[in-house]
Design a protein around this ligand. Structure first.
Ligand code: CDP
Length: 231
């Protein structure tokens, strides 16, 4: 008889665009000594790869093979490579974000990225951030957090982020783009953006990053469920 396998624990953080989940998830992963999955980066990489191959982003059957064959590498120093080329900055533009949200509506694209995302579940544990971490990719996560904030404060944060990076930005346009992306992410048929029934909803409108990280770590200490055993 083989010994039961203990699956590494998962802390899932889902939420709308610019809710701060990426920064919060990375810091929480660091504090726990866990691996980190930026699932949005995979959708962004798929959009950029499809664009490079002149594939129509709205054609799911054409984009799915691009997602299935995605050659992505996350380096230890935080760089993201696509086909061996540094794509770290290229995938962070608003255009790539909009492209990601377009390719993400296709069920075949989502299915093509499923295994790749689950491969990130390694010991001693994983913090995964996205839209459907708690609902689809890791439904057995030990803790599910849905991180949100008002659209205005999210637009402000994104604006500050871009300006700090030396990228020019327009607040009104950002707010509009963010609301469009939210609407598309929430209304799509496949894995729409929504809090899992068993998720803790955390509104960070009036919290800074440190306070939000502290809150998530507090939830992890006090509310995580026991790790799963598979026979
Ligand atoms: O950083 P931001 O929240 O703006 O975006 P992201 O997390 O990088 O995700 C980019 C887009 O990918 C989102 O607008 C979603 O449409 C899609 N996405 C998804 O559908 N499912 C995920 N698990 C992650 C991202």
């Amino acid at each position: 008889m083989t010994a039961p396998t203990i699956l590494p624990p998962v802390l899932a953080i889902d939420g709308p665009t610019a809710s701060g989940k990426g920064t919060v998830a990375q810091r929480v992963a660091h504090a726990l000594g866990f691996h980190y999955l930026d699932s949005g980066a995979l959708y962004r990489l798929t959009a950029v790869a499809a664009h490079q191959r002149q594939v129509d982003l709205d054609d799911g059957s054409a984009v799915a093979p691009v997602a299935a064959a995605l050659s992505a590498r996350f380096t230890h120093d935080g760089r993201i490579l696509l086909d061996g080329q540094d794509a770290t900055d290229a995938i962070r533009t608003e255009v790539a974000g909009q492209g990601a949200s377009r390719v993400a509506v296709h069920p075949a694209v989502r299915a093509a990225l499923l295994d790749l995302q689950r491969q990130f579940r390694q010991h001693p544990g994983l913090v995964a951030d996205g839209r459907d971490m708690a609902t689809v990719v890791f439904p057995d996560a030990q803790l599910k957090v849905f991180l949100t904030a008002s659209a205005e404060s999210r637009a402000q944060r994104r604006y500050k982020q871009l300006i700090e990076k030396g990228i020019s930005a327009n607040l009104a346009a950002l707010l509009q783009g963010l609301q469009e992306r939210d609407a598309r992410d929430m209304s799509r048929a496949s894995a729409p953006l929504a809090a899992a029934k068993d998720a803790f909803v955390l509104d960070s409108t009036h919290l800074d990053i440190e306070q939000t990280v502290a809150k998530v770590l507090e939830l992890w200490s006090s509310h995580r469920s026991p790790v799963t055993q598979t026979p």
